[in-house]
Write a protein that binds this ligand. Structure first.
Ligand code: DC
Length: 224
């Protein structure tokens, strides 16, 4: 049986995880799973259906029954809840913060754990690259390659700011910086599966590196 390669990419927001994962997946014939999109979809759906993040029973049901779908449309990854394309709706600053909050709930993490493993292992490609916060520590502690991307708060907030402006959101840099710091603090300090570098992960600081520079560093690791 051919064993599927698993590559775990973790790190705080704005370190370029998704951009790099998409490029690596395309060039190395791997599937890509953006695990943040799963937590974002749960947060969006809970808010739209007036489900409190503290209502364990309803939140668990939502996680288990959420009809999530992923597809590649016109060169971009799209996320669906049922027939509805939520790719844009899950990327607002409000949903970023809500995803961070809902993802700190133990019932949410335990309900979504097996789903992430199954999605990654069932790929028809050579393997899967996943990005998130706990991929190398909890979801795939035995991943073949573990990468932890970092960057300074200002650089990460700047990337997030540029992304939001490009999408037409009216945002203030200092507010984006504040939210970036607050979200990462929440993700790093939660009691379950916090954002943390796995002991055997290779850390890449992306300050001063453009996409090509980060790609080169990650590709080198994979090739070696
Ligand atoms: O990667 P992202 O910014 O799209 O993730 C949104 C939130 O989801 C993030 O603030 C924390 C949570 N998350 C998580 O707890 N574990 C993951 N593996 C991925 C995301």
């Amino acid at each position: 049986m051919n064993k599927k390669i698993i590559i775990a990419v973790d790190g705080p927001s704005g370190t370029g995880k998704s951009t790099i994962c998409k490029l690596i997946a395309g060039n190395f014939n791997l599937s890509y799973i953006d695990t943040g999109a799963i937590y974002r979809s749960v947060a969006l759906s809970a808010l739209e259906n007036d489900i409190s993040f503290d209502d364990e029973k309803k939140i668990k049901k939502l996680c288990i029954e959420l009809p999530l779908g992923f597809s590649f449309v016109d060169g971009a990854n799209h996320v669906f809840i049922g027939d509805r394309d939520v790719s844009e709706a899950i990327r607002t600053p409000e949903i970023s913060m809500a995803a961070s909050t809902v993802s700190s709930k133990p019932v949410v993490r335990s309900s979504l754990l097996e789903m992430q493993r199954k999605l990654a292992r069932e790929t028809t490609q050579k393997g899967t690259i996943l990005d998130g916060r706990d991929i190398g520590t909890v979801v795939f502690p035995d991943a073949d390659i573990k990468i932890f991307l970092t960057a300074s708060d200002e650089v990460r907030a700047g990337r997030r700011y540029d992304e939001l402006i490009a999408k037409g959101h009216k945002v203030d840099f200092n507010k984006v910086l504040e939210e970036t710091i607050q979200r990462d603090k929440q993700d790093s300090q939660r009691s379950i599966a916090p954002l943390k570098k796995a002991d055997n992960a290779v850390e890449i600081n992306t300050d001063g590196l453009d996409i090509a520079g980060v790609y080169k560093a990650v590709a080198k690791l994979i090739q070696s």
